[in-house]
Design a protein around this ligand. Structure first.
Ligand code: ATP
Ligand code: MN
Length: 460
């Protein structure tokens, strides 16, 4: 049989072997649940340049004990150095041996864009007793035929077979991202992709053309989370990158429903766009007033605050739209006209937002505050105007939240902003139908008004 060399397998580096003190090979594994299971050595692919690049990373990840667990875990010795299981390597290999080790594996590079905890076996390695019987067939067949696995409908693989949504591959579709959505049933990666597909046309207008940070949670909302602003190597082609003048690294941008699904594939749960005009990072495109209640504030008071904010904006010619945050507060958003004659700087926009919040606080000092000092916060609503700066973000309308209950930041009508508004009702499960048949934020684009004019009116 011909040995097939396939690229693309990712493995976690758990240690390395030396000969006479010099680097010889990497010891790698893949996750099965919580356990890093040993998958053998990667013996080739180390040019001098490669070694120079990876050596500092290996040294930095040094550990005193083995990260591998289970029966197959290798023994240590004077030629073995252990690592914390945090580096991910991409390898090429010829197949798996009967006892679950990679064959003829060669090193292709480090995958810095990928947390080690995401690396699980993508192949037919299992702990089932028939493994040895299958071993020969597995070795001569390409095993990472994700889509064919799905169509074969083998029940053994049904739960991990890749699915596609709008042509974008979703690996590990049954990975649980939220334990529940208020209905006791887990929300999986596949569910998230389907959610983005359903709400894409309402969500995209608020994020396209602007840098957009992503909150990723590869192990679900109770695992490690990280906020990603920049593009990463190996990122899906359907995602965009955007350069901004004072950062040499390009920022991530999402411009299509396919892009949203690619975000779901990377376990991107929250979308946090800039508030600039599309395609113009230096031009304010909307203002977001973030009403942050202290824990002891009644939600009825948050509702009152949102209405007051709306009235204050209205008084200077701006139209406010309200959304839940998926968390504890509300956001009032006002679209701005960015025609040249209305253009203002971010500095002016932020000063305006601060002034509106300060006036509101001055009129009701017992209810609101504009400074974040914790000691003063109790029983009050913090009026956070700081979302309104060039690089500041706010969670996007219809973005899910990486919080219990799979809530989303839901656009609502002002008639919904009243007693009985239960923000936890809006989830990745309920929001698609609600946004389709509702009329929240209708007229948003047409409501865009001149901030320049508003600044003048506020000064009067
Ligand atoms: P809540 O109603 O619970 O306050 P929220 O979305 O307003 O929900 P905040 O904690 O007030 O949440 O955060 C305000 C904004 O700060 C977020 O919408 C987000 O865009 C930004 N933000 C949150 N986390 C980060 C982070 N790790 N790095 C940078 N910006 C963040
Ligand atoms: Mn908030």
């Amino acid at each position: 049989t011909k040995a097939k060399c396939r690229p693309g397998q990712e493995v976690v580096i758990g240690g390395w072997k030396t000969t006479a003190g010099k680097f010889r090979s990497l010891m790698v594994g893949v996750y099965k649940g919580e356990h890093l299971v040993y998958a053998g050595i990667v013996g080739t692919g180390y040019g001098a340049g490669t070694l120079k690049r990876i050596m500092p990373e290996l040294k930095a990840a040094g550990a005193s004990k083995s990260p591998f667990s289970g029966k197959s875990a290798p023994l240590g010795g004077k030629d073995v150095r252990w690592l914390k299981p945090e580096l991910v390597a991409e390898i090429e290999y010829a197949g798996w041996t009967g006892d679950g080790m990679v064959r003829q594996a060669s090193f292709k590079g480090l995958r810095k864009d990928k947390p080690a905890s995401e690396v699980e076996t993508e192949t037919s390695r299992t702990d089932t007793p028939d493994r040895d019987k299958n071993a020969d067939a597995e070795m001569s067949e390409p095993m990472v035929r994700k889509d064919s696995r799905a169509t074969q409908g083998s029940s053994r693989w049904a739960s991990s077979a890749t699915v596609t949504v709008l042509g974008i591959a979703i690996t590990k579709p049954d990975k649980v991202l939220w334990p529940g959505a208020g209905d006791g049933a887990p929300v999986t990666k596949r569910d998230l992709a389907a959610y983005f597909e359903a709400v894409g046309e309402w969500l995209l207008p608020h994020i396209e053309g602007r840098p957009c940070s992503i909150l990723r949670a590869p192990d679900g909302i109770n695992g490690e989370k990280f906020f990603q602003r920049h593009v990463m190597p190996g990122m899906s082609k359907v995602l965009e990158e955007v350069r901004v003048s004072d950062d040499h690294k390009p920022y991530l941008q999402v411009g299509s429903t396919e892009g949203l699904i690619a975000i779901a594939q990377t376990a991107g749960l929250e979308l946090h766009p800039w508030n600039c005009a599309p395609g113009k990072v230096d031009v304010p495109g909307r203002l977001v007033f973030d009403l942050d209640p202290a824990p002891d504030v009644d939600f009825a008071d948050v509702i009152k605050a949102a209405k007051e904010m709306r009235a204050r904006l209205d008084a200077v010619g701006l139209t406010g739209f309200c959304k839940t945050t998926g968390g504890k507060g509300l956001h009032v958003v006002t679209p701005l006209s960015y025609a040249l004659r209305d253009a203002v700087t971010w500095k002016e926009a932020k000063a305006f937002a601060q002034k509106v919040c300060s006036q509101m606080t001055a009129d009701s000092p017992n209810r609101y505050l504009v400074n974040m000092s914790k000691s003063q916060r109790s029983r009050k609503i913090f009026l956070d105007y700081l979302r309104n700066d060039r690089k500041s973000t706010a969670v996007a309308p219809l973005s899910p939240r990486a919080r219990a209950g799979a809530t989303v930041s839901m656009p609502i009508t002002w008639s919904q902003v009243k007693a009985g508004l239960h923000t936890t009702r809006f989830t990745v499960r309920t929001a698609p139908a609600l946004i389709k048949r509702g009329n929240a934020w209708d007229g948003y684009d047409d409501a865009a008004a001149s901030l320049k004019a508003a600044i003048k009116k506020l000064a009067l």
